[in-house]
Design a protein around this ligand. Sequence first.
Ligand code: URA
Length: 286
Amino acid sequence: MSPAHPLPKPQLQDAALDLLRWYIEMGADEAVGTEPVNRLVPPRIPEAAAAARPTARTPAPRSIAASPPAALSESAGEAPQSARRLAAGVETLDALAAAVAAFEGCALKRTATNTVFADGNPKAAVMIIGEGPGADEDRIGRPFVGRAGQLLDRMLAAIGLDRNSVLITNVVYWRPPGNRTPTAAEIASCLPFVLRHITLVRPQALVLCGGTAAGALLARGQGITRLRGRWFDLGVPGLDQPVPTLPMFHPSFLLRTPERKREAWHDLLVLRARLDELGLNNRKQE
Ligand code: URA
């Protein structure tokens, strides 16, 4: 016989459903492991690590196994610093992708399935930066592959571009749970890699999709509605010329608000005009 429970079965089911709904509203909409984890119970410390625990006389080095993974315990201030150090040390896109994949300083990595680094042509003249991976991107490991990505592809096609004539990435490399907006600390921990990415690609035009990307890179304190459709000069460490940068509405916003597509079309024409001025039919000439 099952143990008696204070609630009758139908009420118990309702309570369980309410709890599940609440989890989803809070952004916990996906199982990230096969076993449940009770985070209220203190973690078991391996014997060797317990023996090496700091005492008053022997301060422990920061990376002992008793601590959480070193970088995940870093404060918001340390993660960007270590990202800057790592990013500054890479000279190729492959090395940058490897450094991002190995980076433990962004808490989003704990709940993500895949690191989503980039898609498209690293030699393209146009680089596009979005907000962050969604569920489809997290599953597949490539940016902009879901509904928003399909709309982005159609938008690019309308001005003669495709994934072979652009390089696409995001301001964070891991999916924020429940597709929430990444926090300032999460963005700050990834930003040095994003800037290094721009330096290595040297795009002739940079497109920022949505307010999060525009806020992270332009830091103008203005919303996307004010920023979109105008060129800004973005100074990037390691580049002697500023990068012409065009903020635009995010395709996810356009899916929710199709009446704003008219403005997005204007912005796409602004981009096309700049590429024509530069004599770029689509792909960057080597
Ligand atoms: N939205 C983004 O900003 N980036 C993606 O990769 C997918 C959706």
